[in-house]
Write a protein that binds this ligand. Structure first.
Ligand code: TLP
Length: 346
């Protein structure tokens, strides 16, 4: 990559193995069900997650909204975190596209929604209320710093959902990071969920795409909704080929990204102008704050780093930055970033 790009793991370029697979893979018309590479990716994903079927979609956002619309009717309500990607960053799509209402409940520092808060948000059967239909978790929870949800917690939410006859969706954009961090495989982490979306195009480096997994009837309905949203694809095997490489080759190496995030956090913690909770760094995402008395403003810091080929992303008004490690960030880059930041901030 030309830059040391820490803005997100969405910036990852496809690996050489992906580019090769993309050039060589057989394709067909996927709306006819005839793209052998898409079919292979969907089967592989379903198998990895211990679910009956999979559906390739354009993005994590599409995976989430298709899953929500395949589960809910107009007038239904979903319960999700008030800092979840679904609530904050998906353009209000359950309401915009499906007439589905959202009840946002507080997200705890560890990325969980308390069981009490979920239970309190479940509506009584009353004509005044929307019908609660679905709970959505996010694993890892991105905006709380890539927090991996513990298996016992996910299972407990599953139990609660079963008790109230609700579906459970996991936005698993980075669920492979959660699997590495918790030492629990994605099938077990997803066992309690009726649907899971995971992204191929973040830390796994594929150029495009996410996959939804669930049971056959759900995926059939999801396929119909994907089509309704204009997401039926034709010779998309050319991108699914990269997704297969992502699943085959890129999941087990994520520990390296977590180690680099930890190294980065420890390095930044030695710079007096930076406030960071090193212990909160569990996967590949870290947040830090620039102290009020820092010698440079947040915008100046980002601009100066950019001239050195280092990209970071921040909410300048909050003096808050997010850094994300990935395949294209090596430990030598981490050391260079820490050194450069130290010289700008000391
Ligand atoms: N997140 C992006 C931005 O949209 C914030 C990022 O850079 O982290 N779920 C989670 C937890 C995500 O972090 C994201 C992307 C998505 C869903 C949506 O994925 P895409 O971008 O493929 O629609």
């Amino acid at each position: 990559m030309e830059y040391i790009d820490l803005r997100s793991d969405t910036v990852t370029w496809p690996t050489p193995a992906m580019r090769e697979a993309m050039a060589a893979t057989p394709v067909g018309d996927d709306v006819y069900g005839e793209d052998p590479t898409i079919n292979r990716l969907e089967a592989l994903a379903a198998e990895r997650f211990g679910k009956a079927a999979g559906l390739f979609v354009a993005s994590g956002t599409m995976g989430n909204v298709v899953s929500i619309l395949a589960t809910c009717q107009r007038g239904d309500e979903i319960i999700t975190g008030n800092s979840s990607h679904i609530f904050l960053n998906e353009a209000g799509n359950p309401a915009v596209l499906g007439g589905v209402h959202t009840w946002p409940v507080p997200v705890e520092a560890d990325g969980t929604l308390s069981l009490d808060a979920i239970e309190a948000a479940i509506r009584a059967d009353d004509q005044h209320y929307p019908r609660t239909r679905l709970v959505c978790l996010e694993n890892t929870h991105a905006s709380s710093g890539g927090q991996p949800l513990p298996l016992s917690y996910v299972d407990a939410v599953g139990e609660l959902c079963r008790k109230h006859d609700l579906a459970l969706h996991i936005d698993g954009a980075r669920i492979f990071n959660a699997a590495v961090a918790t030492g629990v495989d994605v099938a077990r982490l997803s066992q309690a969920a009726t649907s899971v979306t995971f992204c191929l195009s973040k830390g796994l480096c594929a150029p495009v795409g996410s996959v939804i997994v669930g049971d056959e009837a759900f995926i059939q309905q999801a396929r119909r909704i994907r089509k309704a949203l204009g997401g039926g694809m034709r010779q998309a095997g050319i991108v699914a080929a990269a997704g297969i490489v992502a699943l085959d080759e890129m999941t087990s190496r994520l520990a390296e990204d977590h180690a680099n995030a930890c190294r980065l956090a420890k390095g930044l913690a030695t710079i007096p102008a930076i406030e960071i909770n090193v212990g909160a760094v569990k996967t590949n995402i870290l947040y830090f704050n620039l102290r009020d008395d820092a010698p440079r403003s947040p915008a100046e810091l980002a601009d100066e780093l950019k001239t050195d080929g280092i990209l970071i992303k921040g909410a300048y008004h909050q003096r808050r930055f997010r850094l994300v490690t990935h395949f294209w960030i090596k430990s030598s880059h981490v050391d260079l970033v820490v050194d450069r930041m130290r010289s700008l901030l000391e």
